[in-house]
Each structure stands twice: as C-alpha cells, then as structure tokens.
Design a protein around this ligand. Structure first.
Ligand code: COA
Length: 318
C-alpha cells in the first residue's frame, strides 16, 4: 500500500472528461466514395455523423486531453494520481504502451501506468481495475482513459465497416468513497468467436456484422440484468443505460430486454459513431453535460466487443 493511505470502504467515479476531434464526417461524405446512403446508415445503425482525428490528434494526445478535463471535473491535483490506465485497441505501436506518456502529459508524476486492451469492452475492465486499486489502497486516485483512433485501421473501401467507426477519447477519475459507487463487474468472454471482429493481415478491421448483431441482441440482455443484480439495483431504478455504442438497434433491443423503464438510453452513437472503448465514457459525459443525468443517479454501463469480451457494472454518476 502507498504510504499514508487508509483503505477506503468503497470507490466511485468523481470526475468525467471527453475529447471529441473537430473534424466531422457525415454519411453524405461517405456516399462520395462508398455505395451507401444516409438513409441506409441511419436506419441500420442510427449513425448520422462521426468525428475523425486530425494528424496531430493521437491516441495519447486525445487520452491526455480527456484525462485533464476529468481531473479538473474531479478537483483532483494530478500529483495525487496513483495510477493511470489507458484502455485502447488502436495504439499504432505495441511497445512502448501509451499510459506512461499519458501520465507524463497530465502531470501525474507519482503514478504507475499501464495499457489495457479488451477492444470495445476495455473501459469496463479498466474501470473495475481502477475501482479495486482504490478499494484495496493501491492508489488514492486512478485516471482511466479510453482513447481510440479507429480511422487508422479502417478499410475505407469496405462499406460494411467504414460507416461504423470513429475517433475520440473519454476519461474518468476514480477515487475513494464512503458509499458504493462502482458495482461488481459482471464479465465474460468467448474466444471461440474471436474471428467475428479482427484485424486482417493488411491491418484493417473486418467484422461479421450480422453475427455480432445476433450475438449482442441475444446474449447481452441477461448480462445487463446480472450486472444490476450484482449491484443490488433493480433495472427500473436505473436513471441511465449507457452501453457500448455499436449500433442503435442493438442498444434499444438490450434496453427493452433489460426493462430499464425509467432510464434514459445513451445514444451518443448518432453523432459520434462507434469509438470502441471510448464510447461509454463519452456517452456518460454527454448525458451529464446535457442534464439528462445528475450526480447521484445510477447508470448501468455495458461494454462488449472483439474477443469476444464483455463487462457490465452499475456506477453512480459524479
Ligand atoms: N450501405 C448500403 N448497403 C449495405 C451497407 C451499406 N453501408 N452495408 C451492407 N449493405 C447491404 C449488404 O450488402 C446486404 O445486401 P444484400 O441483402 O443484397 O446482401 C444488406 O445491406 C444487408 O446487410 P447486413 O450486413 O445483413 O445488414 P445489417 O442490418 O446486419 O447491418 C451492420 C449491418 C454492420 C450495421 C450490423 O450488422 C451491425 O451493426 N453489426 C454489429 C457491428 C459490430 O460488429 N460492431 C463492432 C463490435 S462492437
């Protein structure tokens, strides 16, 4: 344990930050080069537009910008951050990882740092690791940044995937709490389905969209309910449902199966597309910015993606 820390009873999210690149790519823009239409993309995915990073907007710079905002939102001095976790599956190189450079960039001079790759589910796992680190006293504050530059890994001639993905970063600060603020993680994986979403040898994302769609709309309702059970929260007590933003039809199908009747359903995908691990913190930050959730509200996050991997947890909104 770090000297001087007392072990808190619980952990919670105490700050949120979002970074959205300035450049917007609309469905009509995509129609210039792909055999597709605005109506098809909206109807099949819910996406109307998405943000793409400029040359100088990297996984690390976007993660750093979102983390700096999350620290300001939390009112925490960066020198008190004990760990920085970078969830990403789109780092341009494997060695070195990016977390240490995010820590340096945000002034987290006493922080340990590591990268975590669980594809689109990465934020869920990183949040749970941060929560556990705070609860056992390994760190007083942990910055979790989820940052993706998917545009580097897209085959822009493949209409089945190029319409879906985008860039951006979201971050949270996790700190000690007297009351439960991050529920137990309900997680799982299915390596037998690893080929459903993968990088080709040419370095392009390839997916079996219909198979992923069927799996997500069949399996994830039960996982969402189990995450609520684990936190002792009934679905109709949720103020928000914030799933990974993969497809609006997947999101509404799971919400219906879950029976979260009072919850606002996050739909950041309409403006942001699928930003992989960044999509949940981006969607949660947006809901709070727009006044659709408030401090103390409970939200179910449900992350899922390549692997296959999934992870759900109920959090209290900061
Ligand atoms: N524009 C127009 N037509 C398109 C198209 C596009 N961008 N992409 C595919 N089509 C066509 C197909 O060729 C097919 O034509 P056909 O009927 O003549 O063969 C038809 O539209 C239906 O395609 P299908 O792939 O069955 O559509 P869908 O309703 O399943 O939607 C996805 C496709 C990709 C949007 C949807 O399956 C999805 O969102 N899947 C999950 C995405 C995912 O895996 N995300 C990453 C994991 S988090």
């Amino acid at each position: 344990m770090t000297a001087g820390l007392t072990t808190p009873a619980y952990s919670r999210i105490i700050g949120l930050g979002e970074y959205r690149p300035a450049r917007t790519l609309t469905n009509d823009d995509l129609c210039q080069t792909l055999d597709t239409s605005d109506a098809w993309i909206r109807q099949r995915t819910g996406i109307a537009r998405r943000q793409l990073a400029a040359l100088d907007e990297s996984v690390i710079s976007m993660a750093s910008a979102a983390s700096t905002k999350a620290l300001a939102d939390a009112g925490v001095d960066s020198a008190r951050v004990g760990q920085v976790v970078l969830a990403s599956c789109t780092m341009p190189q494997q060695i070195p990882g990016g977390a240490a450079r995010v820590a340096e960039s945000i002034g987290a001079i006493h922080a340990g740092a590591y990268d975590l790759n669980a594809a689109c589910a990465g934020f869920g796992y990183a949040l749970a690791a941060a929560s556990d680190a705070v609860r056992v006293g390994s760190a007083e504050y942990v910055v979790v940044a989820a940052s993706e530059r998917l545009s580097d890994w897209i085959d822009w001639t493949d209409r089945s995937s190029a319409i879906l993905f985008a860039d951006g970063a979201g971050a949270v600060v996790v700190g000690p709490s007297a009351t439960p603020g991050i529920g137990p993680l309900v997680s799982g994986s299915d390596g037998s389905a690893s080929r459903l979403i993968e990088l080709t040898e040419a370095g392009h994302l390839r997916l079996d969209g219909p198979a992923v769609f069927r799996w997500a709309t069949t399996a994830l309702g039960d996982i969402a309910r189990r995450a609520c059970d684990a936190a002792g929260v009934a679905p109709n007590q949720l103020a928000a449902f914030v799933p990974h933003q993969a497809n609006l039809r997947i999101i509404t199908a799971i919400a219906r199966q879950l029976g979260a009747t009072e919850a606002v359903i996050a739909d950041d995908i309409v403006d942001a597309g699928n930003t992989s691990s960044a999509s949940i913190p981006l969607a949660l930050a947006r809901l709070r910015r727009e006044g659709k959730v408030a401090a103390g509200d409970r939200a179910l996050t449900l992350a899922f993606g390549a692997g296959l991997t999934w992870a759900g947890t109920v959090v209290t909104v900061p």
